[in-house]
Ligand binder design. Structure first.
Ligand SMILES: *Cc1c(COP(=O)(O)O)cnc(C)c1O
Length: 436
């Protein structure tokens, strides 16, 4: 029995009708990539309102790492929502906030005293990391990178590299945000040391450490194209930041929480960020995000300076605690490594027979294929789009990324079965053949 089962074409009639209602009630700016409306989901399977069963290789953008509707997460949420729903941690607090802060401190890199605060979204985590770094250093500037994605609020739009669709027409943007080149081995051919030298030269000459509060970088860039920096690049930046009173912030919102085969991508690089922002996978599907870091930096902000009505909502925290325990107890980092081996093997083989795939890269269950015009490194978004569209029509949800929109990213739930993954990758191979 195949895992995918399509009762209708995609979209089916019920999804098509809902899309029409969506068009009349929801602004066009809130766009929908896959025209399938979900009715239920379990692990890596999505079932839509027309009775189609699809394999999910996107995890709702790296969120449902423990699988959709994980029973332990469901139970924790049900118990919490029945006990109490909201009091505002800043008014009358509750233990789960502290419990998850302790747990996060114990699994994040760095054997030093840490503090953790909770918010609702990745963008909010990044905003708070910048607030904290500015307060701690007393300096204004923030360095971000080519291909970076940090969110859709005003400050994080300024920090995000890609213009369309994230920023177009939404300015003016927050000041004192400076963009520098990162490391992109497929395109720059530089070693980690060379790329770091280029980055640091630009920071020193164009911004100056004396003005710089923080460097904010994704250890593996997500929306920008699953770009894995050359070995040693991140460590060199951390060293420079440490020597120059600059707070090093690892934005692990997408790469964190078992996704890359370690609990955090920073661990593979053997770096200890001063602050780490996290979201997506931590909440098991509920909105939850966090900033963790060195106690002296986190404590620089005065009482009342940090917080928010819903930050560390008890229902999200219950989900987060259950989620992180599942990741530890079921050793999901190991599962991510196994998925990574399978993905790299299958995509690598595909690249050998299809010259449109210029690069296959990633770590753990965060792997991508970059599409180019054969024989060149010129990005080919149309090729990637055609493959994604074919896969959607044949029951596999897979996402695009990349500044040029030419990268297909594979972000399966870490609980996907071998059979499900193999079947989804068969559809990828078919899609390559059908669109060649
Ligand atoms: C998704 C993402 C964000 C923004 O998270 P939201 O929850 O959408 O605000 C920030 N940083 C990175 C690296 C991301 O992938």
């Amino acid at each position: 029995m195949p895992e995918i089962s399509l009762a209708t074409s995609i979209p089916g009639p019920k999804s098509a009708a809902l899309l029409e209602r969506k068009r009349r009630s929801v602004p066009d700016g809130v766009s929908v990539t896959f025209p399938v409306f979900v009715e239920s989901a379990d692990g890596a399977i999505l079932t839509d309102v027309d009775g189609n069963r699809l394999i999910d290789l996107g995890s709702g953008i790296a969120v449902s790492s423990v699988g959709n509707a994980h029973p332990k997460v469901v139970k924790a949420v049900q118990d919490q929502v029945a006990a109490f729903t909201h009091t505002a941690f800043g008014i009358t607090p509750y233990e789960s906030y502290i419990e998850l802060a302790e747990l996060v401190a114990s699994i994040t890199p760095g054997d030093f005293d840490k503090r953790t605060m909770f918010v609702n979204t990745g963008a909010e985590a990044v905003e708070n990391a910048v607030k904290i770094a500015r307060r701690y250093t007393g300096k204004p500037a923030v360095v971000v990178f080519d291909h970076a994605f940090h969110g859709r609020t005003n400050l994080t739009m300024a920090m995000t590299a890609k213009q369309a669709p994230y920023k177009t027409g939404f300015g003016p943007f927050a000041p004192d945000v400076y963009r520098v080149p990162a490391s992109y081995p497929f395109r720059d051919g530089l070693t980690g040391a060379e790329a770091a030298e280029r980055t640091i030269y630009q920071i020193e000459t164009q911004i100056g450490a004396a003005n710089l509060a923080a460097i904010v970088i994704e250890p593996i860039q997500g929306e920008g194209g699953f770009i894995v920096p050359a070995p040693g690049y991140l460590a060199a930046l951390v060293k420079w930041a440490n020597e120059n009173d600059v707070v090093f912030v690892a934005d692990e919102v997408q790469a964190g929480f078992a996704r890359t085969g370690d609990m955090f991508a920073s661990q593979f690089e053997k770096i200890e960020p001063d602050l780490i922002t996290m979201a997506k996978g931590i909440g098991g599907g509920l909105p939850l995000a966090a900033v963790t870091g060195r106690a002296e930096i986190m404590n620089a902000a005065h009482p009342g300076g940090l917080g928010g009505t819903y930050g560390g909502n008890p229902i999200s925290l219950a989900a987060g605690l259950a989620t992180v325990h599942v990741m530890i107890d079921d050793d999901l980092p190991a599962k991510a490594r196994a998925i990574g081996e399978a993905l790299l093997a299958r995509l690598g083989a595909a690249a050998k027979t299809d010259a449109r795939i210029g690069d296959v890269r990633g770590r753990g269950a965060m792997v991508a294929a970059e599409f180019v015009v054969p024989g060149t490194t010129k990005p080919d978004a149309h090729a990637a789009d055609a493959v994604i569209e074919y896969m959607a029509q044949h029951g596999v949800v897979v996402l695009e990324c990349g500044t040029d929109g030419n990268v297909i990213r594979f972000l399966p739930p870490l609980v996907i079965t071998d059979v499900q993954l193999a079947e989804a990758l068969d559809v990828f191979d078919e899609a390559l053949r059908a669109t060649r």
